[in-house]
Write a protein that binds this ligand. Structure first.
Ligand code: NAP
Length: 468
C-alpha cells in the first residue's frame, strides 16, 4: 500500500512538473508555473519518504532544511542581472547530487563493508545507467563551475584556446567512453570507474574553457540538459520513476532552449561550442564609427517627441535590466497613451542575457502581456512607427547584422528599428554591447541619443511630459 501511495505521489509530482513547464511559456503565468513545480518537488520528496526501505528521515529532512535555508535567499536576493550565473551555480549542485548518488550506488554495490555484488546481467544494466549518470553528472559539475566563474568574472570570460586542444578533448572523451564500455563489460572494475569520474570532471573544465563569456548562457542551457540526462539515468540506476521523468523533462527542455538561443543568435551549436566567439570587451571587427557623429538630445526634446507621437514602439535590452528601469518604462508608456499615442513593446528573443529576460522584467512591472510583441510579429510594422524608443538595447537593433558581412553578428535576425520614422536611444555612452561591436544605428540621421542611466533618463522624460 505504501509503495502504491509513493508511486501515485510521484505521478502527481510529474504532472505538476509538466504543468509548471507549460506555464513557463507565458510570462503572465510563469510565477504560477514555478509554484506548481515547487509543489511537485515537495510531493517528490514526500513520495520518496514513503519508500519502505528508507529507515530514517533524518538525512532527508536535514537536506530539505539546508536546501530551503540556502535556496530561499538565493532566489530572493540574487539580482536578475546575475541570473545566468546563479542558474549555472544551481546546475552544479544538481549535477553534483546525481554524481554523488552514482558514486554512492557503485560503492554500495562493490565496495563498503557489505557489497551487494549483483548478478552479472543485473549489474551490466545498472552499470550502463550508472556510468551514464556519473559521466554526464561529473562533466556538468565542472562545466557549470567554469560557466559560473566566467559569468561572475573570477575566471577570465575570454575564450582560452591552445594548440592541440581539440585533440586533447577528443582523447579525454575516448578514454572516458573506453572506461564506460569496460565497466559495462566488467561492472566491478573499481579502477575504471574512478578513472572515468576523474576524466569526466576534466572534460567539463576543458569543454567550457574555449567558450567566451558571451556564449555562456547557451552553454548553461546545454549543461542544464546534461544535468537532466544525468538525473534521468540516476532514475534508471536506482529505479526511481519521478527522477526518470523529471530528468527527461529537464534534458529535453534544456536542449531545445539551447537550440532556440543559438538560432536567435544565428549561431550553430558547433560554432558556440568550438567557435571561440564572444571575447569579453573590445571591438571585434566590422565597421568603425570614424568620421560619423551621433546627435544627442535632452530629456525635454525627447518628451516633446513622445508626447505627440501616435505610434510608439519600446525596444528594451540588457541596459533596461541593468538599470532596473521597467517600472519607469511602464509609467512612460501609460503617459504616452494618456496623450493619445499607442505603445507596443518589441521583444527580441535574445535581448538581455537570458531567454525571456525582457518579458519577465516587463511582466514584473505589470506591462500588459498583449502589448509585448515578438520580433517576427512586429518587424513588418516598424516603417509605420513614429518613434522607436530603444532602452539599453544595442546588438539586437544593430543593422550591421543585415548589412555588413564582416560583422560577427552578420545574419543574426534583428529588430528593424532603423525603419522607424524617429529613433530615440537611451544608453550611458557610445560603448558597444555584448558582441563588442559598433552600431551604425546610433549615427543614423533619424536617431537621437539620450545619454544617461535608463531609469534616470526615463524619470526625467516622464516629468517633462507631465509639464507639457
Ligand atoms: P547589449 O547588446 O548587450 O547592449 C546593452 C546596452 O545597454 C549596452 O550597449 C550599454 O551601453 C547599455 N546599458 C548598460 N547599462 C545601462 C544603463 N544602466 N542604462 C542605460 N543603458 C545601459 O544588449 P541587447 O541589445 O539586449 O543584446 C543582447 C546581447 O546578449 C546579444 O548580443 C545576444 O546575442 C547576447 N546574448 C543574449 C542571451 C539571451 O538569452 N538573452 C544569451 C546569450 C547572449 P552603455 O554602456 O553605453 O550604457
Amino acid at each position: 500500500m505504501q509503495e502504491i501511495l509513493s508511486q501515485v505521489t510521484y505521478l502527481a509530482a510529474s504532472v505538476l512538473f509538466m504543468l509548471g513547464l507549460r506555464s513557463l511559456t507565458r510570462p503572465d503565468e510563469a510565477r504560477r508555473g514555478m509554484q506548481l513545480a515547487a509543489l511537485g518537488m515537495l510531493l517528490a520528496i514526500i513520495g520518496t519518504m514513503l519508500h519502505r526501505e528508507i529507515l530514517t528521515y533524518t538525512w532527508i529532512v536535514t537536506g530539505l532544511i539546508v536546501g530551503t535555508v540556502v535556496g530561499y535567499p538565493l532566489g530572493k536576493f540574487v539580482p536578475m542581472t546575475a541570473m545566468p550565473q546563479r542558474i549555472a551555480f544551481s546546475h552544479m549542485f544538481g549535477a553534483l547530487a546525481a554524481t554523488l548518488v552514482g558514486i554512492g550506488e557503485f560503492y554500495h554495490m562493490y565496495q563498503g563493508d557489505h557489497p551487494t555484488n549483483p548478478s552479472a546481467a543485473d549489474a551490466r544494466f545498472k552499470m550502463a545507467a550508472l556510468g551514464f549518470e556519473v559521466l554526464f553528472g561529473a562533466l556538468t559539475v565542472s562545466g557549470s563551475f567554469m560557466a559560473f566563474g566566467k559569468l561572475q568574472e573570477f575566471i577570465t570570460g575570454r575564450p582560452v584556446t591552445f594548440k592541440g586542444q581539440n585533440f586533447l578533448n577528443a582523447l579525454l572523451f575516448l578514454v572516458a567512453v573506453g572506461c564506460f564500455g569496460w565497466l559495462v563489460y566488467e561492472p566491478s572494475n573499481v579502477l575504471a570507474f574512478y578513472v572515468m569520474v576523474a576524466i569526466a570532471f576534466a572534460i567539463g573544465f576543458m569543454l567550457v574553457l574555449p567558450i567566451g563569456g558571451a556564449d555562456m548562457p547557451v552553454v548553461v542551457s546545454l549543461l542544464n540538459s546534461y544535468a537532466g540526462l544525468a538525473a534521468s539515468a540516476t532514475g534508471f540506476a536506482i529505479g526511481n520513476n519521478v527522477l526518470i521523468i523529471a530528468g527527461a523533462l529537464d534534458g529535453a527542455s534544456g536542449f531545445i532552449l539551447s537550440i532556440v538561443m543559438s538560432k536567435a543568435m544565428n549561431r550553430s551549436f558547433g560554432n558556440v561550442l568550438f567557435g571561440a566567439f564572444g571575447s569579453a570587451g573590445g571591438a571585434v571587427s566590422g565597421k568603425t564609427s570614424e568620421g560619423l557623429t551621433a546627435r544627442s538630445v535632452t530629456a525635454e526634446d525627447a518628451a516633446v517627441q513622445l508626447a505627440f507621437a501616435q505610434k510608439v514602439v519600446i525596444v528594451p535590452g540588457y541596459g533596461m535590466a541593468v538599470s532596473q528601469a521597467q517600472h519607469q518604462v511602464r509609467e512612460l508608456a501609460e503617459l504616452i497613451e494618456k496623450k493619445g499615442g499607442e505603445v507596443r513593446y518589441a521583444i527580441h528573443p535574445v535581448a538581455g542575457r537570458m531567454p525571456g529576460h525582457m518579458n519577465v522584467l516587463l511582466a514584473e512591472a505589470n506591462v500588459p502581456y498583449d502589448r509585448m510583441y515578438d520580433m517576427d510579429e512586429i518587424n513588418e510594422s516598424f516603417a509605420e512607427v513614429d518613434v522607436a524608443v530603444v532602452i539599453g538595447a544595442n546588438d539586437v537593433v544593430n543593422p550591421a547584422a543585415k548589412t555588413d558581412p564582416a560583422s560577427p553578428i552578420y545574419g543574426m535576425p534583428i529588430l528593424r528599428v532603423n525603419e522607424a520614422r524617429q529613433i530615440i536611444v537611451l544608453k550611458r555612452s557610445m560603448n558597444a554591447g555584448f558582441a563588442g561591436i559598433e552600431n551604425e544605428l546610433f549615427y543614423d540621421d533619424k536617431t537621437s541619443m539620450l545619454f544617461g542611466d535608463a531609469k534616470g533618463s526615463i524619470t526625467k522624460v516622464i516629468s517633462e511630459i507631465k509639464q507639457l
